[in-house]
Design a binder for this molecule. Structure first.
Ligand code: GLA
Length: 511
């Protein structure tokens, strides 16, 4: 062997040895990290309003893969991608970009430094502590009461009208925004048009005090003073909670504190409660829906203060069949609306079959309005307003009332359309015809007239016709266009109009 070859072999075998040692070290460190990251972890994150939320992890490493779950707002989600390499942990939950949460971490001593990226809230960064499986277990189910009919509270004789914070502000609502909205409700003419309730949705809550009383967080320094302010404007004020341990945004719910919370709301001077199922499904069975809502219905009545009771459980258990019995003045019939044509029309046009369950004091609620939030055209928002009014739905504006365009005002404050919604007869709307994208619906009013909506869900304008006989009418003595605000020429047998794409022609027909 030539000396050069010997030299090469020596050098080569040395490198092999070094590589082997390095690989062993790496494997060792990975194995060590893996055995460390396994188990239950909790990361406590400050929201910046004086409250914290917790994110739990159960990490199950196997080689370089990591499985397990992440609990976001106490809801477990399966880890869809997970790896540990060196001391770096990477996990992902959710498959779609809009609900994908990623967490990156590294051990620091006996704690796990985590950085979590959420699609819908600020990133969280901090040292997670070890915890136990019990930390993610729901509390024991409380017994539910026997069913009985809760006395009608006499409120909401017509569908409630007002404003709610969620659609526009979500977690950013605060005392100043609510006061601003009350001011704007008066100044804009909304109050004069019939809007009354200023409703705070989720994220006002703080922790419970030593006596278990609910408090508000830093965004809401004084709930009673806020109610007094809204009342001083001649308006009413609403509040929000959940029968579960947490609300949908992960704040403190009313679980086990139902009577106590109802008394607190009454003492603060609140006039309306939206009670949102949320985490109650971690504790209760579907069969518990009715008694659980009844419990709060009774608790509100027992306060002696008139408080409108709004059930929010997305239509589960055919709530329209029993919502009135538990003291509900309105009940959500669907999942959440969003500010898109697709979202709104899919909710709105699905409501006709249950319209007959609405009655004076007890209304179907296809969710709050998106008018003025910018995601739909004026024609689409007119469809939204017309459809909700034909359905006798609550009219709860969900936009910023301080900055409404004249067009938004003209839609939300169309008094002729509002009068349809608020018609005292509360006769249910009926679908008269549906041909592809073209839907005709009509509703008799207390004064003997009939309101007819010609809706075009299609992508091109369409000529739509309805015969008076299809409406049970023998001719018309007058026809008024409720968006154009003008009388139309009478016709003998039928009515025809060109309806814009995604738009509506809404007419009031007198016999
Ligand atoms: C649920 C409700 C919404 C809103 C949010 C608040 O999604 O359906 O209307 O109240 O909770 O977290």
């Amino acid at each position: 062997m030539k000396p050069a070859h010997v030299q090469f072999m020596l050098r080569h075998s040395g490198q092999v040895l070094i590589s082997a040692i390095a690989a062993l070290l790496l494997l060792g460190s990975a194995a060590c990290t893996q055995s460390h990251v396994g188990g239950f972890w909790v990361l406590n994150v400050s929201r910046g309003d004086g409250t914290d939320y917790k994110t739990f992890f159960e990490l199950k490493p196997s080689g370089h893969q990591v499985g397990g779950s992440v609990w976001i707002d106490y809801y477990p989600q399966t880890i869809t991608e997970g790896s540990v390499s060196g001391d770096k942990l990477h996990v992902v939950v959710g498959r779609n970009p809009q609900d994908r949460v990623t967490a990156d971490g590294a051990m620091e001593g006996d704690r796990l430094h985590l950085h979590i990226h959420f699609p819908d809230r600020p990133d969280a960064d901090g040292l997670a502590e070890r915890t136990t499986p019990q930390a993610v277990a729901p509390p024991a189910r409380l017994p539910v009461p026997q069913l009985h009919d809760v006395r009608d509270n006499g409120l909401a004789r017509t569908p409630p009208m007002g404003w709610n914070s969620w659609n526009k502000f979500a977690g950013k609502v605060d005392d100043a925004a609510v006061r601003g909205m009350a001011d704007a409700m008066v100044a804009s003419g909304m109050k004069a048009a019939g809007y009354t309730y200023v409703n705070i949705d989720d994220t006002w809550q703080g922790d419970r005090d030593a006596q278990g009383n609910i408090t508000s967080n830093r965004k809401f320094p004084d709930m009673k003073a806020l109610a007094d302010y809204v009342h001083s404007k001649g308006l009413k004020i609403g509040i929000y909670s959940s029968p579960g341990p947490q609300t949908c945004a992960g704040y403190e719910g009313s679980y086990g504190h139902e009577e106590q919370d109802a008394k607190t709301y009454a003492a603060w001077g609140y006039d309306y409660l939206k009670y949102d199922w949320c985490s109650a499904d971690r504790v209760y069975k579907p069969a518990d829906l009715q008694p659980v809502y009844q419990k709060m219905g009774d608790a509100l009545l027992a306060t002696g203060r008139p408080i409108v009771f709004s059930l929010c459980e997305y239509g589960m258990g055919d709530v329209w069949k029993w919502g009135a019995k538990v003291g509900g003045n309105l009940w959500r019939t669907t999942g959440d609306i969003d500010d898109t044509w697709k979202g709104m029309e899919q909710i709105g046009f699905r409501q006709f079959d249950i319209a007959s369950y609405a009655q004076v004091g007890h209304w179907n609620d296809p969710d709050m309005l998106e008018i003025g939030n910018g995601g739909m055209t004026a024609d689409e928002y007119r469809t939204h307003m017309s459809l909700w009014s034909l359905l006798a739905a609550p009219l709860l504006a969900g936009n910023d009332l301080r900055t409404m365009t004249p067009e938004t005002k003209s839609i939300l404050m169309n008094k002729e359309v509002i009068a349809i919604d608020q018609d005292p007869a509360a006769t249910p709307v009926k679908k008269i015809s549906e041909q592809g994208a073209l839907v005709v619906a009509a509703r008799p009013l207390h004064d003997g007239s009939t309101v007819v909506g010609l809706f075009n869900r299609g992508d091109a304008p369409a000529i739509m016709t309805v015969s008076w006989s299809a409406l049970g009418l023998h001719g018309a003595s007058s026809v008024r266009d409720l968006w154009a605000h003008k009388e139309l020429a009478k016709t003998a047998d039928s009515f025809a109009a060109e309806v814009p794409s995604h738009g509506v022609v809404l007419i009031k027909v007198k016999r």
